[in-house]
Design a protein around this ligand. Structure first.
Ligand SMILES: [Zn+2]
Length: 209
């Protein structure tokens, strides 16, 4: 099963990606993890990536495709994968398709997580991060201190309401055309992301049957 996850920040697709990948015993490929792994392994790709990441710049599409190709060549991807965080633009979607067809692979589906703007703002602006260890807590975590280290909880810069609005705007501008691209290819499956994670997983398993 080869899947791409699409959805705005705060849609819960990362959580679902993890749960789904575990239930199917396939890897959950997030762009951040893949980049960190290349850098930690000091691979050729990692050495190209490090200066870009350290300068706080975006990884060019071609390089990201190389990273992904490297990852997909590993044994654990033989049974499929869940791709999370890439592609985000139509150009990236096209590049991914070209690369997959070179590998004689095809996407089985693109899961689109629908969550209302109101709920996203609630989730993200209610999120707290431990100032000491960096652990992130969802809006439903009721305690004032970190359960792991006892550190104080604060709000990430990224999760402040005005920044959340901006992140959503960027998402819409970049990703709406990509959603259109996948709709034309008829691979989109829509998921109601406004439910508890266990229910979302149930829906995903059912819709992919
Ligand atoms: Zn902590």
């Amino acid at each position: 099963m080869r899947l791409v996850l699409l959805g705005p920040p705060g849609s819960g697709k990362g959580t679902l990606g993890n749960m789904f990948a575990q239930s199917k015993n396939i890897p959950h490929l997030s762009t951040g993890d893949m980049l960190r792994k290349e850098m930690a392994g000091k691979t050729l790709l990692g050495e190209k990536i490090a200066p870009i990441v350290n300068a706080g710049k975006l990884i060019p599409d071609g390089l990201m495709i190389d990273v992904l190709k490297h990852r997909l060549a590993q044994k654990d991807c033989a049974g499929g994968f869940v791709l999370d965080g890439f592609p985000r633009t139509t150009a990236q979607g096209v590049a991914l398709d070209t690369m997959l067809s070179q590998l004689r692979m095809e996407l089985d589906a693109v899961l689109l997580f629908n969550v209302s703007k109101k709920e996203i703002v609630r989730r993200l602006s209610g999120r707290r991060v431990c100032i000491q260890c960096g652990k992130i807590y969802t809006v439903d975590y009721a305690k004032g201190v970190c359960e792991k280290c006892g550190g104080r909880l604060g709000v990430r810069e990224d999760d402040k309401p005005e920044v959340v609005e901006k992140r959503l705007e960027v998402y819409e501008r970049q990703t709406e055309p990509l959603i259109g691209y996948y709709r034309e290819k008829d691979v989109i499956l829509e998921i109601n992301g406004e439910q508890p994670p266990e229910k979302v997983l149930k829906d995903v398993l059912a819709i992919l049957k």
